[in-house]
Write a protein that binds this ligand. Structure first.
Ligand SMILES: [Zn+2]
Length: 440
C-alpha cells in the first residue's frame, strides 16, 4: 500500500517548465528491450563487485570481512536481478549527461580524482538517488522531472558523492555487525533473567531503533556538509543547493491531484458506446472521514525525506551564503529541459512496465487533462492499458493490476476512479481499449 500511495502522490502534476517547443511530434518511449548495453553493464558490474569484495577482505579482519562481503554479495545479486528485469535505463544521452555533471564536480575537487564512480539511471519516477557501497550511484529518472535545473541535479549528486567519500554504507555495515553481536549477548543475558523479560527486550529494541535513526540522520547531515563543500567549488549557484533540498521537502507534502467526475464522460462517451452514468456509482463510504486520510498522508506514509526541514536549517546556519538567491548556472539549459520532458513522458510507460495498469490509466487521464501537447501519446497509453485491463478481466486476474477500493488508504478521487473501473463490464472495457488503440 505504501508504494501505491507514494506513486499516486508522485503523479501530482508538476510541470515546472515544459517547453512548448520541445517534442511537438509524438514522443517515442525509451526502448528497454535492447539488451546489449544492459548486458555489458552487468558484466562490468559483476567484475567490479569481485574486485570490491577482494578489497573488503584485505581491509578488515576475517569475521567482519566475511560479514560485509556476504551481505554485499547478496545485495549485488538481487540488484543484478533488478538490472536484468529492466528496471534501469541504458540510454547514452541520459547517462552521458549525468556523467558530465559528475565530471564537472570532479574536476573542481582534485581529491576526487582517483575515485571511480559509476552511474546507473533507474526508471523510477520518485525524487531520489542513492549510492551503493562500491561507488555506483543510482539516479532516478524522476530527478530530472522534479528538479528545476542542472544545478539542483549536481547538488543531489554531490550529496551522494559525499556519502561515498565518507564510506557511510561501509560504516553502517560495520555497525550492524557489532550490533548483531551485542544483540546476541543481550538475548543470552535476558534469557537468564526472571522478571519483566519482555519489557526489557522491548526497551532494548526501542533503544536500538532510536540509535539507528539518529545515526542515519547524522550521516545525512555529514553528506550535506561535505556535499555542499564539493558543490560550492563548481560554478553552480550556491542557493540552488538549498533549493534542491526544499523541493525534497515539498515533494513529501504534495497531495494527490483529483480528477473531476466530468472527465469520465469526456473520455468515455464513445460513438459506439454512449456514456453510462451507472459506471460512476460508488459504494457508500459516507461515514468515512476523509480528513483523516489527508492527515495520514501528511504525517508519515509519504515522507521519504523526513529530515528535510532540519537539513535545510542546518545548511542555512553553516553556509549562510546559500540564503542569497542567485540565478542557476544551468549551463545546458536546453538539454536539461529535454531530460525533464523525457522523465515526464516516461511516467506512464514506467507504470505500464510495472504492470500497474490501473494507475497508468489514472495517470494518463490526469496528464490528458493538464497537457494538450501530447494528447495522441497519452491516448495511445490509455488504449494499451485498457487492452491489458481487458485481458486481465477476461482471465479473472484483474485483482493483480487494479486495486480494490479501500477508503482508509485512498483519496476520494482515486476511489471514484477505481469504482468506475470495477463497474465496467468486459465488453465495455473492450470497446474503450479498441477506441483508444485506434486513436493513438
Ligand atoms: Zn543522503
Amino acid at each position: 500500500m505504501f508504494r501505491k500511495n507514494l506513486q499516486i502522490t508522485a503523479l501530482f502534476i508538476h510541470l515546472f517548465f515544459l517547453s512548448p517547443l520541445l517534442f511537438s511530434q509524438k514522443y517515442t518511449p525509451i526502448d528497454t528491450t535492447k539488451h546489449e548495453k544492459r548486458d555489458a553493464f552487468l558484466k562490468e558490474f559483476n567484475i567490479d563487485n569481485e574486485t570490491y569484495i577482494k578489497e573488503i577482505k584485505s581491509k578488515y579482519d576475517s569475521k567482519l570481512a566475511k560479514y560485509i562481503s556476504n551481505s554485499f554479495s547478496e545485495f549485488s545479486k538481487e540488484f543484478g536481478d533488478q538490472i536484468k528485469k529492466g528496471n534501469f535505463i541504458f540510454e547514452d544521452e541520459i547517462t552521458q549527461y549525468a556523467y558530465n555533471i559528475l565530471e564537472e564536480i570532479k574536476k573542481n575537487n582534485l581529491e576526487l580524482k582517483d575515485i571511480k564512480f559509476k552511474i546507473l539511471i533507474s526508471k523510477s519516477h520518485s525524487l531520489n538517488a542513492f549510492c551503493l557501497s562500491n561507488g555506483t550511484f543510482v539516479l532516478n529518472l524522476g530527478l530530472f522531472y522534479w528538479l528545476d535545473n542542472e544545478d539542483q541535479f549536481a547538488g543531489v549528486l554531490a550529496h551522494e558523492i559525499a556519502h561515498k567519500v565518507l564510506e557511510h554504507s561501509l560504516k553502517k555495515k560495520e555497525r550492524d555487525f557489532r550490533e548483531e553481536k551485542n544483540m546476541k549477548e543481550n538475548v543470552t543475558q535476558l534469557k537468564k533473567e526472571k522478571y519483566n523479560v519482555s519489557d526489557k527486550a522491548l526497551a532494548l529494541f526501542r533503544e536500538r531503533l532510536y540509535e539507528n535513526g539518529n545515526r542515519a540522520k547524522q550521516h545525512e547531515f555529514q553528506a550535506d556538509s561535505l556535499g555542499y563543500k564539493l558543490y560550492s567549488r563548481t560554478n553552480y549557484s550556491k542557493s540552488e543547493y538549498l533549493s534542491a533540498l526544499k523541493l525534497m521537502q515539498q515533494y513529501d507534502s504534495i497531495k494527490p491531484v483529483g480528477l473531476p467526475v466530468v472527465v469520465y464522460k469526456k473520455y468515455f462517451d464513445l460513438p459506439n458506446q454512449p456514456f453510462n452514468e451507472k459506471w460512476l456509482q460508488k459504494e457508500d463510504f459516507s461515514n468515512y472521514d476523509y480528513s483523516k486520510f489527508t492527515e495520514k498522508i501528511n504525517k508519515d506514509s509519504v515522507a521519504s525525506h523526513p529530515e528535510a526541514e532540519a537539513r535545510i536549517s542546518r545548511i542555512l546556519s553553516l553556509f549562510p551564503e546559500t540564503k542569497t538567491e542567485t540565478k542557476a548556472y544551468n549551463p545546458h539549459k536546453e538539454l536539461y529541459e529535454k531530460m525533464n520532458n523525457i522523465a515526464y513522458l516516461e511516467t506512464i510507460p514506467n507504470l505500464y512496465f510495472n504492470e500497474d495498469y490501473g494507475l497508468s490509466i489514472y495517470a494518463s487521464m490526469l496528464y490528458l487533462e493538464k497537457d494538450n501537447k501530447n494528447t495522441a501519446y497519452f491516448k495511445e497509453w490509455l488504449g494499451k492499458s485498457f487492452q491489458k485491463i481487458y485481458e486481465a478481466r477476461k482471465n479473472y486476474t484483474l485483482n493483480r493490476y487494479l486495486e480494490r477500493i479501500s477508503p482508509k488508504e485512498q483519496s476520494e478521487s482515486y476511489q471514484q476512479f477505481l469504482s468506475f473501473m470495477w463497474n465496467l463490464k468486459l465488453d465495455e472495457i473492450k470497446q474503450i481499449a479498441d477506441f483508444y488503440t485506434k486513436q493513438g
